[in-house]
Design a protein around this ligand. Sequence first.
Ligand code: TTP
Ligand code: MG
Length: 242
Amino acid sequence: LPEPGTVEFKDVTFGYPGAEAPVLSGISFTAKPGQTTAIIGSTGAGKTTLLNLIPRLYDATEGEILIGGVPLKELGREAISRNISAVPQRPYLFSGTIASNLRFGAQDASDEELWEALDIAQSTDFVTEREGQLESTISQGGTNVSGGQRQRLCIARALAAKPMTYLFDDSFSALDVNTDAKLRAALAEPTKDAAVIIVAQRVSTITEADQILVLDHGEIVARGTHEELLESSETYQEIVTS
Ligand code: TTP
Ligand code: MG
């Protein structure tokens, strides 16, 4: 069996219920633990759809997705939520304390572990400055927190769960380039044994990725490292220069 946390797509096709054309066609790749797999491509290419198939928000129409060699359908919801942390493109906070938001998916996390996660997510100052700190309240939908902070709190939430697989859907683009770089450097240690899949808008976010998948109209049109793709893929060159 592949290592736990390995994500494998085998010739996956997916169309939304009721839609005529598939949004994803013939998607095959392996995201290995200890590696970062990046997905880049223009808006509407199907990046979010691809990520959402992994925690089974939808099921593949054709083909198969496996985690650690086990087909998703055999894993069960509980194992899926325990092993995968997803930071969605529109990160969501519910009304309640910061601590309860961070413990969603990590009920047993100590305050110390929450602070560690916040530190990695570059949110220590933000939480320290709030009255009540971890016990300070987030309003419904997180509207009393900025978009960038919301994104970082959702990254901290994902870290607190200590999963084997991390999914980041465009989680760094609302951050300034400096914070983006700091946060990703801090992520290296806690995610070093996990399979990390990052959807990115900015090429600078993914130049170090072990493999980059270029998605175009629901198909992987090129794959490789940043250097390889600069040589081989016109679509990638266009993304880099746009
Ligand atoms: P997405 O998967 O949302 O495309 P994306 O994530 O690559 O785009 P962005 O960079 O803007 O985040 O959409 C792919 C196609 O699927 C698009 O035609 C919209 C459609 N779609 C639905 O029909 N229902 C859905 O719930 C979603 C998420 C997308
Ligand atoms: Mg998207």
